[in-house]
Design a protein around this ligand. Structure first.
Ligand SMILES: NC(=O)c1ccc[n+]([C@@H]2O[C@H](COP(=O)([O-])OP(=O)(O)OC[C@H]3O[C@@H](n4cnc5c(N)ncnc54)[C@H](O)[C@@H]3O)[C@@H](O)[C@H]2O)c1
Length: 442
């Protein structure tokens, strides 16, 4: 049993801390948000993450998982401290390190014995060295410490499962022994462990996210070409995905990527490249395609109606992906803003993200369920591929609508089935649509 402190109890920190305690370690998770800690002590989760509550409750009951707002309490007897605080986008596209700085200063002040400081937050290349300097400058007396980078690759919506079944663990450090000790913590996960230097580990995280975002923008570009040429991108992606050099994941055409990681991480990598005199041409194209992709669903409505002014448009799904309540950089926000700015009446429904969405999108009228959203709507745009949306009674859904226009931003329905039911259906890259379809069949 090792003694671990985790700083930050958001998506990454709470999952990391809980999972390490489940592996038999003693963990104290520290957060400056007093309400979060108070609620967690009563097993009230700050985030929606499938399976998390059960593991938190189980480990709190054994006494292996403790929660605190005090760094001193968290670091008492700790051998390892994981930094898991947010690194949001800064004003110029760079990663904002204010939360990391605060956490590092607090660690430096509170530590009273040798410690391995592990950075799990996604941070710019070079941050490991910066962290070491801050600790040295802030310590009241010199105490040995080592900095290790251990970037996180979990996905929201399956974070607990991902933690226990990682594809790989990446560790970077200038101190091989410290990296080996952190590797030992992960041995039970039976994953390949890549040990490298600090900067390379930090870069692996950005390069991985940028690659996945590139795959999404690539398939969206192919989707747009498919639409113009009459091919079906779903089948194109499936035909491509069998090629093991390509793989079938992250090849779903739709409204583009969102969430707390891809948008800010691609932007931050492009920023780092520019600052260091490199032109990130591909990354810029990835971001541009993603931006345009969101607007395209609204353009499809304008193609049908001329204008969305005065029309009631329902957003089916608001979270950036299924199985999460995370609204950070969700495509629903820019699509809702765009519709609202053009005079549409915007409604929304999401099984778990509605409360959060309403705070960000003040013009949004929330519906009780998917059918209430359809009631008297002029159009529905599917934005999150929740399973419950795939099982709807689409005849009832259509009958409730004022006009049966459905823009399937996540390609969850079969175009021919919905057209047969009488919907004006537009997917993303699903062969010829509308006018083009008519022309092609004439
Ligand atoms: N969310 C993901 O899917 C994911 C995946 C991989 C990596 N990451 C990276 O992990 C990091 C954390 O992301 P997240 O989504 O868990 O963030 P989050 O916003 O969900 O959680 C951050 C937590 O840190 C707390 N916090 C902030 N400053 C603090 C401080 N000084 N001391 C103690 N607690 C503090 C906040 O109160 C909050 O509870 C980011 O760098 C992110 O890029 C996130």
């Amino acid at each position: 049993m090792r003694n671990i402190c985790v700083i930050g109890v958001g998506y990454v920190g709470l999952v990391t801390g809980t999972a390490f305690s489940d592996l038999g370690n003693k963990v104290t998770a520290v957060d400056i948000n007093e309400e979060r800690i108070k609620n967690l002590k009563q097993a009230i989760m700050p985030i929606y993450e499938p399976g998390l509550k059960e593991v938190v409750e189980r480990n709190m009951a054994t006494g292996r998982l403790n929660l605190s707002t005090s760094y001193e309490e968290g670091l008492k007897d700790a051998e390892f401290v994981f930094i898991c605080v947010g690194t949001p986008q800064g004003v110029d596209g760079e990663a904002d390190l204010q939360y990391v700085r605060f956490a590092v200063e607090e660690i430096a002040r509170a530590m009273d014995h040798e410690l391995i400081i592990i950075n799990k937050s996604t941070v710019p290349v070079g941050t490991g060295d910066w962290v070491a300097n801050i600790v040295k400058e802030t310590q009241t007396k010199p105490i040995d410490f080592h900095v290790v980078s251990c970037p996180e690759f979990l996905r929201e919506g399956s974070a607990v499962k991902d933690f226990f079944n990682p594809d790989r663990i990446v560790l970077g450090s200038t101190d091989r022994d410290a990296a080996d000790q952190v590797a030992q913590l992960h041995l039970a996960l039976r994953a390949p462990i890549v040990v490298t230097d600090l900067r390379t580990a930090e870069m692996i995280k950005y390069a991985s996210n940028a690659f996945l975002a590139t795959k999404i923008s690539f398939i969206n570009e192919i989707a747009n070409i498919c639409e113009a040429l009459g091919a079906d991108v779903k089948e194109v992606a499936s035909g491509m995905g069998y090629d093991t050099r390509i793989g079938n994941r992250f090849l779903d055409a739709g409204v583009g990527y969102g969430g707390s990681c891809f948008p800010k991480d691609v932007q931050a990598l492009a920023y780092m490249a520019q600052v260091h005199g490199t032109h990130p041409q591909l990354l810029e194209a990835v971001m541009q395609i993603n931006e345009i992709q969101r607007k395209r669903v609204v353009l499809k409505l304008e193609e049908i109606w001329g204008s969305v002014k005065g029309k009631t448009v329902g957003l089916l799904g608001l979270a950036f992906k299924e199985n999460t309540d995370d609204m950070r950089e969700s495509p629903a926000i820019s699509i809702g803003d765009y519709l609202n700015g053009r005079g549409a009446i915007v409604r929304g429904y999401d099984p778990v993200a509605m409360e959060e969405a309403a705070k960000i999108m003040p013009y949004l009228t929330c519906a009780e369920d998917a059918y209430a959203l359809a009631n008297d709507a002029d159009a529905i745009i599917v934005l999150t591929p929740w399973n419950e949306f795939k099982q709807l009674d689409m005849t009832r859904f259509k009958d409730l609508m004022r006009e049966p226009v459905l823009i399937d931003g996540r390609n969850i329905y079969l175009p021919e089935e919905l057209r047969e039911l009488g919907f004006t259906y537009r997917g993303v890259g699903r062969g010829y649509d509308g006018q083009q379809l008519k022309q092609a069949t004439e």
